[in-house]
Design a protein around this ligand. Sequence first.
Ligand code: ADP
Length: 603
Amino acid sequence: MHKDNPNIRALKLLHSLCPSYFPLMAAKSFFDKLSPYFNLYLSAELVNEIAGAKDKTKLLTLVLITVLGNFVIAVLGGLLNRIFAHKEIRLYQREAAFNNKKTLTLDYSDLENPEIRQLRRQITESARIDYHGQQLLLMSVGRLINITISAILALFLGVEMFVLMFSSGFSWFIIVLAVALAALVSFNVWYSFKSKDKIGRVSRNVSQTMIDENRIDEAIDCYNMGKDVRLYRQDKLIMNIKNYAFDLHKKAFRTMGSKRFVIGIPLTITEMVLKAIIYVFVCAYSLVGAFGVGSIIKYVGFIETLTGCITSYFSVFADIKYNTPFVKDYLAYFDIPQKMYQGSSRVEKCLDNEYYIEFKNVSFKYPGSDSYALEHVNFKFKIGERLAIVGMNGSGKTTFIKLLCRLYDPTEGEILLNGVNIKKYDYNEYLAVFSVVFQDYKLFSFSIAENVAAGSRPDKGNVIEALEKSGFTQRLSEMPEGISTCLYKDFDCSGVEISGGEAQKIAIARALYKDSPFIILDEPTAALDPIAEYEIYSRFNDIVGDKNAIYISHRLASCRFCDRIAVFDHGRVIQTGSHNELVADKSGKYFELWHAQAQYYNN
Ligand code: ADP
């Protein structure tokens, strides 16, 4: 097989996650399979001895070997099974960690990309139906190992049978048997390949219907949606959609079930015919005295196992073949390149906190979008001054920040930090330069300390200091376990629910704790009234001290204290200057917006 074969690649990947998995699987299979052959062989010997010479010492020896052999096989097999079960868990655990790491380190643009999200869902749902993907591949390899071991063990019995049969003549009989068996086995093989392809196609439909159904379950389960569902009586709507999705799923599942049943009938029939031929054949040889009665058990067992092994071999290959598209999906996800991580330059620590940033003719379209969210943005700023970015909703302010923080790369143009394209910097080092509180910031159902410290081990003193600066001290004193109190109740029933304003303070504390040279507030206060927002922004100005700060708002008054203001409109920077300069330009957008919003502040 070619080295780029997806199944080989997936197996190498799994092997690298737990190198002892496959050798242990082989050892365990050997002991699992050994027992029936061992017993088959010794029972046949016992029956032959009883029906023949009846030598007591030989009989006793055979019984002893059977008992002791079974004991040793059971002990070693049991031990290996335990060790293997342990490795199996370890492999699944490492594989899950590997998957999660991939998702957590995807470029942000890929994380949002609908096609990639669909691919991820497809992989998850396919795995739920008959373990399609890497799990079915693992199971198939396990079966291949089992079959190989069974075939090797069966051959030991078979060699003896062929010697006896050939020595008693009737070689034409053996040829007839071999041809009949080969014909039936070939039919099974051909049929397995054909039918499994069909099943593969149907299962893909089932996984699609499951994706749709699970999305609705997520909505039902999400307690944040509970208010709207109740107030707008959306329960009926949701139930109708759910029932519709469930019907589609049921139909697809039923189709798969009946296809499997119909497909299984010819296979069962050929297996029965195979069995009948084998019995007639072995009994015929026994009747002409080629071997003892006891050997009938042995040789029927051998031929059955051997034909079973051949059929199973091909059936496993058919499984592997029809599972290949699922494995390709799995690998395609891991092959998504991390474009953001290519830079290697170090971000120099500017002791005087003087960072120069320049947007050079930057334009940007969101993935899958036809229109520009930013167009030809040329903008230089020396951070050290307080910068404000203002503009109507949808004018491109957040997009500007997302590009600055390299959540996305520009479609055209470039962004420079201290004269160097930001793509050239080591991604993690570059990200360490920014602390952003987005409008749609998210806190996790972890402890307050973990939320504030985010990626690092919480330092109690610094966590408390950051919370103090963000104005959370009063609420913290009411928390049952201080900074160890868990937020929300998703994972911890004693977790606390907090208000939007309190959550915002924790999010701001998280930004302060990170202690980056840049702090960016991207309208985390949008849910507050304009005056409250202004108060927070001006207070924040004192909190950030000598750090560089960028404030974003669609409310102009919130940012009027800043040294410099950039006005965004339809994805372009249309004005820059101080509040006084901008408000003096009567033909400018700032003047227009300022007067339109003045009513909020004049009351
Ligand atoms: P602002 O922060 O000024 O309110 P944004 O930068 O969020 O504006 O949005 C600018 C434009 O980009 C808007 O037209 C918005 O609809 C679009 N946009 C924002 N986020 C996405 C996204 N993830 N995918 C596609 N379009 C987006």
